[in-house]
Design a binder for this molecule. Structure first.
Ligand code: S3P
Length: 167
């Protein structure tokens, strides 16, 4: 089973991904980590030295290479579904789960941990709120193509596993 966790930065993809992978006994991968290993650079440095376009191409390539694996949980980056045909690729390979976390929850998390996220690291709290509002609106059309939608504040990893196993 291939499960792709998608959602905005700070929605909880990595935390949920690790929990679900342990409970289901499936390997866990984080797309940002795969990308970092591939070029031996941190995400911040990729954005700074090579630019976002380069990052998005690399992201699309690394995502497609996962077709060789049959079973995994993948935590995508927040922008992964929104570039190239990534959403279509993921939906054709397996199930996509959108972690539709309330904006305020994500904003609180992102205020505390924006350092390693190039798109928001230099934003003031007010600008961050605006950024989340604007970007989320722009990205909804992609996130909404997910096969399953979960609000992590109202559901649990066990419930999601149940849904995945009975889909
Ligand atoms: C991005 C989200 C990040 C990372 C990169 C770009 C985005 O992943 O891929 O900084 O465009 O939203 P996380 O969602 O894991 O922070």
């Amino acid at each position: 089973m291939r499960i792709f966790l998608i959602g905005f930065m700070g929605s909880g993809k990595t935390t949920w991904g690790r929990l679900i992978s342990e409970k289901m006994g499936l390997p866990f991968f984080d797309l940002d980590e795969i990308i970092e290993k591939r070029v031996d650079l941190k995400i911040n440095d990729i954005f700074e030295t090579k630019g976002e376009d380069y990052f998005r191409k690399l992201e699309a390539v690394c995502l497609r290479e996962l077709h060789e694996k049959k079973d995994f949980i993948l935590a995508c980056g927040g922008g992964t579904p929104c570039f190239y045909d990534n959403m279509m690729v993921m939906n054709s390979l397996g199930s996509t789960v959108w972690l539709n976390t309330p904006k305020q929850v994500m904003a609180t998390r992102l205020l505390q941990e924006s350092g390693h996220r190039p798109l928001i690291r230099s934003l003031s709290p007010l600008k961050l709120q605006e950024y989340i509002d604007d970007k989320l609106e722009e990205r909804l059309q992609f996130y909404q193509q997910a096969t399953m939608i979960v609000d992590p504040t109202l559901s649990s990893p066990d419930e999601l596993i149940h849904q995945l196993q009975h889909a």
